[in-house]
Design a protein around this ligand. Structure first.
Ligand SMILES: NC(=O)C1=CN([C@@H]2O[C@H](COP(=O)(O)OP(=O)(O)OC[C@H]3O[C@@H](n4cnc5c(N)ncnc54)[C@H](O)[C@@H]3O)[C@@H](O)[C@H]2O)C=CC1
Ligand SMILES: O=C(CO)COP(=O)(O)O
Length: 335
C-alpha cells in the first residue's frame, strides 16, 4: 500500500485532493508556495484562502520546503496550474524520490509545445509517460472538500500504478475508477474548461438551458473529435473524464472557468475577469489557445474552442462569435 504521499501545490484542488488521501488513511504532506499557507494548514488545519470553512484532517501536514515535503514520498501528486508545471517541476526534479509514482491533477495543454501534462511531466522528470497517473473527472474542489460523493478517473497505461493510487485514495465519498486511456482523459479534462468558459459566457449574456445544453453537447463532439484523432478511446468521452466533468464544470457556479466566462458574457474585460478570480487559475483561458493550435495541427474542427480564443485573446465580442457559431455551414450532426 502506498502510504506516504506528497502533494505539491496548495491551491483548491491540491488541498481538496490531499484531504481525500488523508481521509482515505494516508499520511499526507503538502508543499505550499507561500510559507503562511503552509503554516495555516500545519497549525490550524485550514487553507482559508482557497477552501474557507473546511477543516483539514490531522494526518495532513504542510511545509514551504520542497525537500522536506518530498523526503520519503511513495507517491508525488503534482497540483500546480498547467502553464507553470514545467517550471515548478524543473525545480523539484532532483528531489523526487526514486520510484515514487507521479500523479497529475492539472487539466490543461501547454502553450507553445502543445503537450499534455503527462507529456510535460515525462519530459522533465525522465519518468516514462506510461507510468504517470492522471486524475480527472467531475471533481469541483469545494464539493469534494465538503465530502460530497463523486466519482473520478485514474488514468495510467500501467494498470498496476493506477490501482495503487485507487487503493490509496478511495474513501466513503470519493470513488475513483481506473482507465488506461491517458490521452482521452487528459484531452477531456483540458477541453472541458474551454467549453465551460463558453457556457458561462452564454449565462452571462442572459441565455438559458437550451443554449448551454447545445454548447455542452457540441463541445463534447469537438473534444471527442480531437481526442480520437490523437489516439483516444471514443468511449472515454462518454465517461467521467468526458461528459461527467463537462457537465459538472459547465453547470456549476463553483467552476472558475464558467464564472470567468460569465463575467466576459456580462461585458467585463479579460483583465477584470482575471482580477475577480483572485489569483485562482481558470485554465480554459490559456488552453483555448493551445487546444486550438493542437486542433489546427491535426486538421480537427473545434469551432467553440476557436470562438473562445477569439474572445479571450483577440478582443472579439461574445455576441458576435455566438452569431457566427449559429451561422456556420449547415451540416449533418455527426459529420
Ligand atoms: N479547483 C478544482 O476544482 C479543480 C482543479 N483541477 C485542476 O488542478 C490544477 C490546479 O488547480 P487548483 O489547485 O484548483 O488551482 P489554484 O489556482 O487554486 O491553485 C494553484 C496552486 O499552485 C501554486 N502555484 C505554484 N506555482 C504557480 C504559478 N507559477 N502560478 C500560479 N500558481 C502557482 C499556487 O500557489 C497554488 O497553491 C489545475 O490544472 C486545475 O484545472 C482539477 C480538478 C478540480
Ligand atoms: O476541473 C474542475 C472540476 O472537475 C474544476 O473546474 P474549474 O477549474 O472551472 O473550477
Amino acid at each position: 500500500m502506498v502510504q506516504r504521499i506528497t502533494v505539491l501545490g496548495a491551491g483548491s484542488w491540491g488541498t481538496a485532493f490531499a484531504k481525500v488521501l488523508a481521509d482515505a488513511g494516508r499520511d499526507v504532506t503538502m508543499w505550499a508556495r507561500r510559507a503562511e499557507v503552509a503554516g495555516e494548514i500545519r497549525e490550524r488545519h485550514a487553507n482559508s484562502g482557497y477552501l474557507p470553512g473546511i477543516e483539514l484532517p490531522a494526518n495532513l501536514t504542510a511545509t514551504h520546503d520542497p525537500a522536506e515535503a518530498l523526503a520519503g514520498a511513495e507517491a508525488v501528486v503534482l497540483a500546480v496550474p498547467s502553464q507553470s508545471l514545467r517550471a515548478n517541476l524543473s525545480g523539484w526534479r532532483e528531489l523526487l524520490p526514486r520510484g515514487a509514482i507521479l500523479v497529475s491533477l492539472a487539466k490543461g495543454v501547454e502553450l507553445g509545445t502543445l503537450k499534455r501534462m503527462s507529456e510535460v511531466i515525462a519530459e522533465i522528470s525522465g519518468v516514462s509517460g506510461d507510468e504517470i497517473v492522471v486524475v480527472s473527472g467531475p471533481n469541483l474542489a469545494r464539493e469534494i472538500a465538503q465530502g460530497q460523493p463523486a466519482g473520478a478517473v485514474l488514468a495510467c497505461a500501467d494498470h498496476d500504478r493506477a490501482v495503487a493510487i485507487q487503493q490509496a485514495s478511495f474513501n466513503s465519498y470519493f470513488r475513483p475508477y481506473t482507465n488506461t486511456d491517458v490521452v482521452g482523459c487528459e484531452v477531456g479534462g483540458a477541453a472541458k474548461n474551454v467549453i465551460a468558459l463558453s457556457c458561462g459566457m452564454a449565462v452571462g449574456m442572459g441565455l438559458g438551458a437550451n443554449t448551454t445544453a447545445t454548447l455542452i453537447t457540441r463541445g463534447l463532439a469537438e473534444m471527442a473529435r480531437l481526442g480520437t484523432k490523437l489516439g483516444a478511446d471514443p468511449l472515454t468521452f462518454a465517461g467521467l473524464a468526458g461528459v461527467g466533468d463537462l457537465v459538472a464544470t459547465c453547470s456549476s457556479p463553483l467552476s472558475r472557468n464558467r464564472t470567468f466566462g460569465e463575467r466576459l458574457g456580462r461585458g467585463e474585460t479579460l483583465e477584470q475577469a482575471q482580477a475577480a478570480a483572485g489569483g485562482q487559475v481558470a485554465e480554459g483561458v490559456m488552453s483555448c489557445t493551445s487546444i486550438r493550435e493542437l486542433a489546427h495541427k491535426h486538421g480537427v474542427d473545434m469551432p467553440i474552442t476557436d470562438a473562445m480564443h477569439r474572445v479571450c485573446h483577440e478582443g472579439a465580442d461574445p455576441r458576435q462569435v455566438g452569431a457566427e457559431l449559429l451561422g456556420r455551414r449547415q451540416k449533418h450532426e455527426w459529420s
